[in-house]
Design a protein around this ligand. Sequence first.
Ligand code: HEM
Length: 467
Amino acid sequence: MSETLSRPQGGRTAAPLKEIPLVRPRDGIGGTLAFKRDQLAFLAGGLARHGDIFRFRPLGLPMVMVNHPDYIRQILVDKGEQYDKNAAIFKVVRPVLRNGLIANPDMALWRRQRRMMAPHFTPRAVGSFTRNMTDESVLMLQRWERDYPEGATIDVTDEIGQLALRIVNRSLFSAEVGEVAQAFERAFGVANSVLGAFFRFPFPPLSVPTPSHRRLRRAIDDMDSFVSGFIRERLSGGTPPGQDVDLLSLLLHSVDEEDGKGMDLEQLHHEVLNICIGAYETTTNTLSWTFYLLARHPEIEERLHAELDQVLGGRVPTFEDLPKLAYTRMVVEEALRIYSPAYQFMRRAVVEDEIGGYRMPAGSNVLVNSYFLHRHPEFWHEPERFDPERFSPEEAAKRPKHAYVPFGSGHRVCIGKHFAMSELVLVLATVARSHRLVMPAGAPEVLPEALITLHPKGGVHLQLEHR
Ligand code: HEM
């Protein structure tokens, strides 16, 4: 057992650190099986019983849930270097993501890859993609006009999923993904639910060919062939005119300034797949939830329409409009608070640490769950209420920065953050400028499904109307 740390205080030895409270059977919230059955209910029970930090051991795995902005800042930022990605959830998703940026535990390789890719994700670089975002949205609306009569119910999650894949692939890889987008969506859906279940109860190992593990294998193969399709095309056909600076050619040809090495094809494949996965379901879920929330809150939708009418007067938005679409952005930020799609991430404590007076043992899997953080009653009044005003500059300034982390924080913060925010605001503005998506009469509430990402269970289905 590791030695108990003491906090030095002005030369005197301070009281020993407290042990992080452990969820026990007598707490009445269960253990491994309760976590497997309903992860959100289990964690809610732990928070209600123990407050902002507690331990639990699903199948013997040491996990620590942290739910306070100070703890989260310490783990992701202040002591970010001593909390790595060798953590349980990333081991679960590694068969899909492999050595790409998202789950890569090798800090030296990660640094090199991130350094190479970062220039394509600055706000300025993203500015050159915003035209793709609005063009693809307009094409989607034209397809809707052609395929759906007024008042038809559409599968918003599926439609936006295809849109998100088209936007990211066209912007970063100059690839027109067309019909194959749907096959990627299906494969991702399978991986998300099989791995979501495996995270909650990691048994039997993925190497055991159960029917669901075989489905996962096929889904990974399908996502891999989607990616190799356009890498192969680029390798055989050369760079399309005018696309010599897209991310794909950069990854193919770039040489790291420090070690003088290029990227091998396997690593390239993993990075492209990570970008597709990182960019696709997160934005799809956010926009699905945003339209759903707007459909349930006509008074907020009205304010959104007022801003869009005033700023755009019916035309398609451009990059230059982004700073003027302040309320549209607040609507998106609030949807990202309530239904944060990348709602759980994790770090492994590399060494023993002190956190808020508690001893954080080395090897702990530290769980940050923004579903709960974004509902923390100390920082969010009536947290279940959809209220974009929380993101006005005055209200936002009253909260600690780490009370809201939809894109993470610190050195592993989402590389696609600016890309995502521009896309979310521009797609919402392009659609809501001319169309409304309304609740079908008697439609049931859509519930969040806690997979690897937070997914709207059954998808969001809304009726299409002209404004
Ligand atoms: C609403 C949209 C999005 C959300 C909520 C989101 C959320 C996140 C979060 C929370 C992380 C950090 C996870 C951690 O610290 O463990 C992350 C990382 C990442 N995201 Fe996003 N993301 C979004 C969109 C995108 C887009 C559009 C792209 C690419 C175009 C992208 C690519 C990535 C990558 C590659 C990483 C790994 C970064 C690294 O470790 O260097 N994401 N994302």
